[in-house]
Design a protein around this ligand. Sequence first.
Ligand code: ADE
Ligand code: ZN
Length: 334
Amino acid sequence: MTDLFGLPKAELHLHIEGTLEPELAFALARRNKIAMPFGSVEELRAAYRFQNLSSFLDVYYAAMACLRTEDDFADLARAYLDRAAAQGVRHAEIFFDPQAHLGRGVPLEAVIDGLTAALAEAERDHGISGGLILCFLRDMPAAEADAVLTAALPRRADLLGVGLDSAEVGNPPERFAEVFRRAREAGLRAVAHAGEEAPPEYVWQALDLLGVERIDHGIRAVEDAALVDRLAAEAVPLTVCPLSNVRLKAVADLAAHPLPELIERGVAVTINSDDPAYFGGYIGDNFKAVADQFGLSPDAAATLARTSFTASFLEPARERVLLAEVDAWEAAQA
Ligand code: ADE
Ligand code: ZN
C-alpha cells in the first residue's frame, strides 16, 4: 500500500479560516463569551450541504464570528498544523482573509501575530516550514483591498505574498490589477483564485493583469486549449483541491474532475485541501480520494509531491532538502 499520508508534501492552497472545526468554533465562542450564529456543533455541521461556492462562503464567514483574539488565531493554526503534520505536510503556505476579521473589529496585528506564533511552534515541534499569504476579498471594493495592503506593509516581513479569494463569478481579477501591482512592487509574491467556478477568461486576467505566479484551482482552464498550452509552456502551477471541487459542485463528481487531463496535457498541478474542515478531508485525504478514483502509482504520487515543493515559494536550500525527502519516500515504496 502506497503510504500517501507519509509522503512529504507542501500545502499551497489552504484557507486557515477553512480549518475551523465546529468543536473548536464553539470552544472559542465560549471562551470569548459570544453567541455563535448556529445553535450547536451538530447544527453547524448540518449546514455543510453546499450548492456552490457562495452557499459555502455564507457558512464560512458566519462561523468565523468566534475568532476574536491573537490566541484564537494561534489555536486555529496550531490545530491545522498538527493535523497537517500527521498527513505528511512539510511546508505550508497559508491563506488568511483579514477583511473578514477587520469587520468584527479584530485588528490585522492580532491575526498575523497569532498565525506567526503557531507557525514558529510548528517549525519547532514538527519541523514544518511555512508562511502567510494575505488574501483580498474580490467581492469587496478594490479600494478596501488597497487599504488592507497599506495596513499590512509594515508587516511585510511576516508575509510571503498576496492572493485573491471569495465569491468569484462576477468579480473578475481586472479590478485588482493596481493593488497587485503595488504588492509585487513591495516584493510580495502573487497568486489568485481563478477558474474555480468562473470561465477561463478569469485565468487569463489573473496571469496578464495581476502577474500571478500560481493559479488557485484553475480547473476551468481545461476548457481553453490555448490557455492549457500557456500554463504548460510557462510552467504556471495550479493548486487543485479535489474534495473542495466535489463539495462545491464545481465538478459533477470526482470521476469528472479534470485533474488527470491537466496532468496529461503537461500542466504542473498540486493537490491541496482548500477548506478541509468543511470539505471532508485534509490534504492526505485529498491524495487518497484521488488515488481511489484514478489510481496513483508511487511514481505519480511522488511527482505531485515534488511539484508541490517546486511550485512553492521556498528558498532553494530548503526545497532541495524536501525534494530529497520525496526521493527517500519513493525508494521506500517498493
Ligand atoms: N475562500 C475560502 N475558500 C474559498 C474558495 N474555495 N474559493 C474562493 N474563496 C474561498
Ligand atoms: Zn481556496
